[in-house]
Each structure stands twice: as structure tokens, then as C-alpha cells.
Design a protein around this ligand. Structure first.
Ligand code: AHR
Length: 495
């Protein structure tokens, strides 16, 4: 199918906040333990307990911000159990995720170390569901107070003299569900109360994020904005792409039927409508768009891999996940005036992961490769791109066949990313480039694609899918004609 688009390189549409490319790591299954934390005595090479291979891989995608410790785990987490000598830390049950023992070896100090090593911003989610105001308040004091205070002194006793800088703090998670089954009116009042004691110490300015709606619960957003907007900097939203039914069967990550490819693409695109409708409510109370929409959980959610603990949410990751990531980013770019941060669920071994590990082995997923290819958009200026896109039809249903987005970085390089969502047909895009002397440009490209709908990397074949050089384009005057094979993510650099 043929599509047309006009790219105005000299028409800027605001900045794409790099935090749109954020991540989320929960104490869930093998995300933190095994996936990130192996302990200092592990034979797996590590830096103070954090595995080096995962660290290096994550550095390579410029993780801007990392959310921790949950998720549902956050509202059962008592941070004091996770500081002090590791041997004497409390062993608790991770009731939410598999009922396994949580030895608290990865706590505040270890998380902050991880963020320092990744050079990313920490985003900590506090416990409203089962924690006290005092506990939350003291956590912030422990981390950020520079002078003498009970919590700052305790931090020093535990080996950290300097206060950490902490910008992002979430006041609870999914408080409509695992975070306390609250009604929005009740949570809104609790939010106001808890956040009062999340203090800004010594010039550390906290960006406070209120627990937001699930999917299309517009009433939650309405109540939170109406009652508590002036006390928040961000309001979250959670949306997972699930081809099937959450309770009856979500669908398999691999070996899925053809129609589930289409359904997955359609459901991924649905985030656009959700963002628009929640934004409209936010606009009513915050027309200046001071408050950020923080989509701190998104991604695919499939049935767990056979033979794995159902509470560990371990799933494979295919070219389909790569397309889901690509279209999400384009939609996030389009809403970058309101969407200030997003965090894919989750970093390692859980849901739509960047990385899978097995003992000392590690593989990078197709989703990882999209994050790596798209890192050029981080903090870049979004460019005006008007596209006339034809449909991809399946069983009488239609969605756009291609999705595209463009940005310009500080060096003046323009990047255009394109996704062909169609699992069977090529797509041709004629891009009319304006505002640039095209006779003087050099264009290079990279592509991530596959020949089967569930192509993925395995520990035996870790490089089955990886980005390759792409030269499926021609420039004739100001028209760049691009040929995309089915199921492809492409990034072009125009210098
Ligand atoms: O990411 C997995 C879980 O999904 C999180 O813990 C929870 O917030 C959401 O329901």
C-alpha cells in the first residue's frame, strides 16, 4: 500500500521528554532478583551485587528514569526492612507475586546505587495501601535530608553519608485495586494527606505523582483532578496491551494465531484514545498543562511461559512486541505536551521485558532493540509530520498500516521512525521533505524486522532478531520514497 506524508523540518512541535523512554522494575518474579541483583558473592560478574551484563545493556539504551519497587509490591513494601546489614534484613513473603520469600537484600541503597550506575533518575513509589504517613515521610527524610536528623543519621550508619537527590515520588500505586481497593474520593483525600509529609529537604524538589486511573476509568481522573490537582505534579495512568481476556486467557507470547497479531496492534493503538480522553479531563482543571500524565505502566501482557510460576509473569518477546513498543512511542510523542514520563513494564524477565536472563546467560529482546533504535528521539524536538495513511484490513476490521514520527536533535540531525504494522504486506511511504536542502543530505537507516509473526530471540539463538542496516529508500528531489517490509520498525537519520 502507498502512503503519503509531509515532513516540515523547520516546524517544531515541542520537546520529546526523554522520560517517555523510562522503565519500571518491581520485586516481581525474576526482575530484581536474578535479573538485576545477584549479590556480591555471585559467580556472575557484578558491581556491588548488580549484574554487569544487564547494567551494560541498560546503559546502552540511555535509561532516563527507573520506577521501583512496584507496582502492587509498593503498597506492601516497608522500606525499613530493606536497609542495614543484609544478613539481618527481614525475610517477608511477597504475597502478591508468587508467595515467595523476599529477603530484602535489594533495598533503598541498592536501588539508588543502580540508578547512579545507570545515570538515571530514581522514581520511587511509596506505600499508601498498607503503610503509614510517618513511614512514607521518614523514607523521604532518610533519602534526602542532608543535616542531622534521626533518619539521616541512620542512613549514615548504614554507609551512606551524602543525601541522595530524589526527584520523582509516587504516592501509592493502583489504589483502586491492589493498592487498597479504594474509591477515588477516599484515595484523593489520602493522597492529599500523605503528600503533605513528602517534604522538600535542603533544595531537593520532589515531583509528586498521584496514583491514577486504570485504562478508561475516567471518573478516577475526574475526581483526582477536581479534588487534588493543586497538590500534584503528575497523575499516572496504567494500560496494558492484552490480546485476549485478562482473567480467561490473555493469549500466548509466541505461537499465537494470525488474528492475535492484528488484535494486538489494534489494542496497542487504543492508548491514543485513552490519553486523549484522560487529557481532556486534565485540561479542564489544568489548562496550562502543568501536571504531567505519567503512564508508569504499559506494555504487552500475555500468558506466562509454560512451566513457569504464574505469579512471576515471565513471557517471551517477539517482533510483535517490537511493533507494540514502536507505535506506543509515536503516540507518546504526539501527546508530549501532556505525557511527561512513561515506564514500560518491566525491565528484566517480567512482562514486556528489555532483557531475559537464564543463570549467567542474558538475551536482548526485540523490544530492547526498539528502545535502542529510538533513543535518538530522547529530548529531541518533535517535528511537524502530516501523514495520509491507508488501512491495514483484517477480517473486516481496519487500522492504519503505518505509524510514523520525526524529531530533530541538537546536532541538527532529523530522525524519522516508521512502523509497518501489517503482518503480510509491504508499505511504501512517500515522504515530502520541506524546510531542508535535500540536495545536501546524507541518509542512513536501520531496520528491525522478521519473517514470522512470532520471531524472537532465545538463549540458543540470541541474535535471531536484531537491527540491520536499511537501504530501502530513494531520494528524488524532496521526495523520500521508503519501502517497508511487513512487520518492520525503521529509523532513518537525515543529516
Ligand atoms: O506490572 C505488573 C503489575 O501490574 C503491577 O504490579 C501492578 O501495578 C499492575 O497491575
Amino acid at each position: 500500500m502507498k502512503h503519503n506524508a509531509v515532513l516540515n523540518v523547520d516546524v517544531e512541535k515541542g520537546k520529546i521528554n526523554k522520560n517517555i523512554y523510562g522503565h519500571f522494575a518491581e520485586h516481581l518474579g525474576r526482575c530484581i532478583y536474578e535479573g538485576i541483583w545477584v549479590g556480591e558473592d555471585s559467580p556472575i560478574p557484578n558491581t556491588k551485587g548488580i549484574r554487569n551484563d544487564v547494567l551494560e545493556a541498560l546503559k546502552n539504551i540511555n535509561v532516563p528514569v527507573l520506577r521501583w519497587p512496584g507496582g502492587c509490591f509498593a503498597d506492601e513494601y516497608h522500606w525499613k526492612d530493606g536497609v542495614g546489614p543484609r544478613e539481618s534484613r527481614k525475610r517477608m513473603v511477597n504475597t502478591h507475586w508468587g508467595g515467595v520469600v523476599e529477603n530484602n537484600h535489594f533495598g533503598t541503597h541498592e536501588f539508588m546505587l543502580l540508578c547512579e550506575l545507570l545515570e538515571c533518575e530514581p522514581y520511587i513509589c511509596g506505600n499508601v495501601g498498607s503503610g503509614t504517613v510517618q513511614e512514607m515521610s521518614e523514607w523521604v527524610e532518610y533519602m534526602t535530608f542532608k543535616g542531622e536528623s534521626p533518619m539521616a543519621n541512620w542512613r549514615r550508619e548504614n554507609g551512606r553519608d551524602e543525601a541522595w537527590s530524589l526527584k520523582y515520588f509516587g504516592v501509592g500505586n493502583e489504589n483502586w485495586g491492589c493498592g487498597g481497593n479504594m474509591r477515588p474520593e477516599y484515595y484523593s483525600d489520602l493522597y492529599r494527606r500523605y503528600q503533605t509529609y513528602v517534604r522538600n529537604y535542603d533544595g531537593n524538589n520532589i515531583y509528586k505523582i498521584a496514583g491514577g486511573a486504570n485504562i478508561d476509568d475516567y471518573n478516577w481522573t475526574e475526581v483526582l483532578m477536581r479534588e487534588s490537582a493543586r497538590f500534584m505534579d503528575g497523575l499516572s495512568l496504567h494500560y496494558y496491551t492484552i490480546p485476549g481476556d485478562f482473567w480467561l486467557g490473555k493469549g500466548s507470547a509466541t505461537g499465537f494465531p494470525e488474528d492475535e497479531w492484528f488484535i494486538t496492534m489494534k489494542k496497542a493503538l487504543h492508548i491514543d484514545e485513552l490519553i486523549s480522553k484522560h487529557s481532556t479531563i486534565m485540561d479542564k482543571y489544568d489548562p496550562e498543562k502543568r501536571i504531567g500524565m505519567i503512564i508508569d505502566e504499559w506494555g504487552t501482557w500475555f500468558d506466562v511461559e509454560q512451566g513457569t510460576n504464574p505469579g512471576f509473569l515471565y513471557q517471551q518477546n517477539t517482533i510483535r512486541d517490537a511493533l507494540v513498543a514502536g507505535v506506543h512511542f509515536h503516540i507518546f510523542h504526539d501527546h508530549s505536551d501532556r505525557v511527561q514520563m512513561t515506564n514500560i513494564a518491566q525491565t528484566v524477565n517480567v512482562l514486556q521485558a528489555m532483557i531475559l536472563t537464564e543463570g549467567e546467560k542474558m538475551i536482548l529482546t526485540p523490544t530492547y532493540h526498539v528502545f535502542e533504535m529510538y533513543k535518538v528521539h530522547q529530548d529531541a524536538t518533535k517535528l511537524a509530520l502530516d501523514a495520509k495513511v491507508d488501512s491495514y484490513e483484517y477480517n473486516g476490521e481496519k487500522i492504519p498500516q503505518v505509524s510514523l514520527s520525526a524529531s530533530k536533535n541538537n546536532e541538527g540531525t532529523t530522525h524519522v521512525s516508521l512502523c509497518n504494522l501489517d503482518h503480510k504486506n509491504d508499505a511504501s511511504v512517500d515522504l515530502d521533505i520541506r524546510g531542508l536542502n535535500t540536495s545536501e543530505v546524507t541518509i542512513t537507516g536501520r531496520i528491525l524486522t522478521a519473517s514470522t509473526i512470532d520471531a524472537h530471540n532465545t538463549f540458543e539463538n540470541p541474535e535471531n532478531i536484531k537491527p540491520e542496516a536499511f537501504n530501502g529508500f530513494t531520494l528524488d528531489g524532496d521526495t523520500l520514497s521508503i519501502s517497508l517490509p511487513p512487520m518492520a520498525v525503521v529509523v532513518l537519520a537525515i543529516k
